[in-house]
Design a protein around this ligand. Structure first.
Ligand SMILES: Nc1nc2c(c(=O)[nH]1)N[C@H]1C(S)=C(S)[C@@H](COP(=O)(O)OP(=O)(O)OC[C@H]3O[C@@H](n4cnc5c(N)ncnc54)[C@H](O)[C@@H]3O)O[C@H]1N2
Ligand code: MOO
Length: 398
């Protein structure tokens, strides 16, 4: 099998990006969708200098020394605007989230003052302005907050709402199906017959498909039989824009997936990638339908879906960063190696990474624990602990 490079394979996948249509929806329906147009802020946030605490809005110049005596000239709470400015020797009672009156630039928290009638006495002296959220410091009106192709995560939804945007354009979901074969596979949670294993790959792949803007319209597993696979291909011919196949990608007598799609008129775009895991990955097309053929090993199918889905769905590829490797790595061979790894930010703020001991593509617990893939180029020389390596981030960093 002649293998093409990962870069070349991703380029071919990008040439097969599926056609998407943009639709306008309400923010409350947007969770998990893919943004079709960037979101721009409609407001400054904060809209004015706001107090971050309950206390008194003062002029910093008045409270440099402790025991300053100030006259309370009014009060302002969140949802109100101050009705007057403060001058030297004055202050205003203020609550968290309220706009600072003109003339003030600092908040003294109420715990640090003694109040009697309309006078306060401060306990401490202050060198710097504190507890003020500056106008526009979070974002400013017309700032681009989220770009096209971004997944609308829960935090992104709150950000968009805070920007005073109520409707947005997202892509209509792509219709995706998962087709698996293997006589050994049984749905999880049943009594397993001798030789059987629980079918597990489709669960992770469904989640990945959704996070790339797809609706999973069908998940089928069929036996290692040409007739069954071919029937399933025809059943999916009108219902899915994208089919992920799992298993049966290699060279064994039971690896029938690719030949069945070829018989059904799909044209192979590439077959075999110089990547580990995922060597037998293939891509095919018939009309507007695209098939990403994934190997059956759990890490191979999941990692290759992460590597190729962004290009087929037009979403953001995995972020690539440099990290300090915490262990020695051997020289790499003829396939680019994507090592399942744990990455984190150390006490000095440096991104560090350590691969898991097992890089077996059948090891699913390591896959589930990892949040990064160390990218070892073809024929890369050995790495010593402390050297920089390139990593693709697949999960959250802590
Ligand atoms: N002689 C060679 N043998 C193999 C080669 C090769 O080049 N020459 N390549 C190896 C590589 S690399 C990979 S990756 C695998 C991929 O094989 P297949 O895509 O044909 O996968 P299967 O044989 O169908 O399955 C592999 C493994 O994964 C399990 N599996 C499959 N589907 C699922 C599922 N949905 N859920 C859970 N587990 C699944 C299956 O039981 C097997 O254990 O080929 C190597 N062989
Ligand atoms: O490509 Mo396979 O996924 O190395 O095991």
């Amino acid at each position: 099998m002649t293998l093409i490079s990962l870069e070349e394979a991703q380029k071919i996948a990008a040439e097969h990006e599926l056609l998407k249509t943009a639709v306008e929806i309400a923010l409350e329906d947007a969770a998990g969708r893919i943004l079709a147009k960037p979101v721009f802020a409609d407001v400054d946030r904060p809209f004015s200098n706001l107090s971050a605490m309950d206390g008194y809005a003062v002029r910093l110049a008045d409270v440099v020394d402790a025991n300053a005596k100030l006259k309370v000239i009014g009060e302002v709470a969140a949802g109100q605007m101050p009705d007057k400015a403060i001058s030297a020797g004055e202050c205003m009672r203020i609550f968290t989230g309220a706009p600072l009156p003109e003339g003030s630039d600092h908040i003294v928290i109420q715990e640090d003052v003694t109040r009697s009638g309309d006078q306060i006495i401060t306990e401490l002296g202050y060198a710097d302005a504190e507890f003020v959220r500056r106008k526009g410091s979070d974002f400013a009106r017309n700032d681009e907050l989220i770009g096209e192709g971004a997944l609308l995560t829960p935090a992104a939804l709150s950000l968009i709402a805070a920007a005073n945007v109520g409707n947005l354009e997202v892509y209509a979901p792509l219709r995706a199906a998962i087709l698996m074969n293997g006589n050994e596979l049984q749905s999880p949670g049943q009594d397993l017959t001798p030789g059987a294993i629980p079918e597990s790959n489709s669960y992770g792949l469904s989640g990945l498909l959704r996070s790339h803007g797809c609706d999973v319209v069908a998940t089928r597993f069929v036996s290692d039989s040409r007739t069954d696979i071919s029937r399933a291909i025809e059943e999916l011919s009108d219902s899915a824009d994208l089919i992920l196949t799992v298993g049966g990608a290699s060279v064994g007598d039971h690896d029938l997936m690719r030949p069945c799609f070829t018989d059904a008129g799909f044209g192979i775009q590439f077959s075999g990638v110089a990547v580990r895991p995922g060597k037998p990955t293939w891509l095919a097309k018939r009309g507007t339908q695209v098939v990403l053929g994934l190997p059956g090993n759990p890490a191979s199918s999941f990692v290759c879906a992460q590597l190729f889905l962004p290009f087929l769905s037009g979403t953001k590829p995995l972020q690539e960063r440099n990290a300090l490797c915490r262990v020695d790595l051997k020289a790499n061979g003829r396939r680019e190696h994507l090592m399942r790894a744990l990455a984190w930010i150390d006490d000095h703020g440096t991104l560090v990474v350590e691969p898991f001991a097992s890089q077996d593509s059948g090891n699913i617990s390591v896959l589930a624990k990892s949040n990064a893939l160390i990218r070892r180029p073809v024929e890369a020389t050995a790495v010593s602990s402390g050297d920089q390596v390139s990593v693709l981030l697949t999960g959250e960093l802590f």
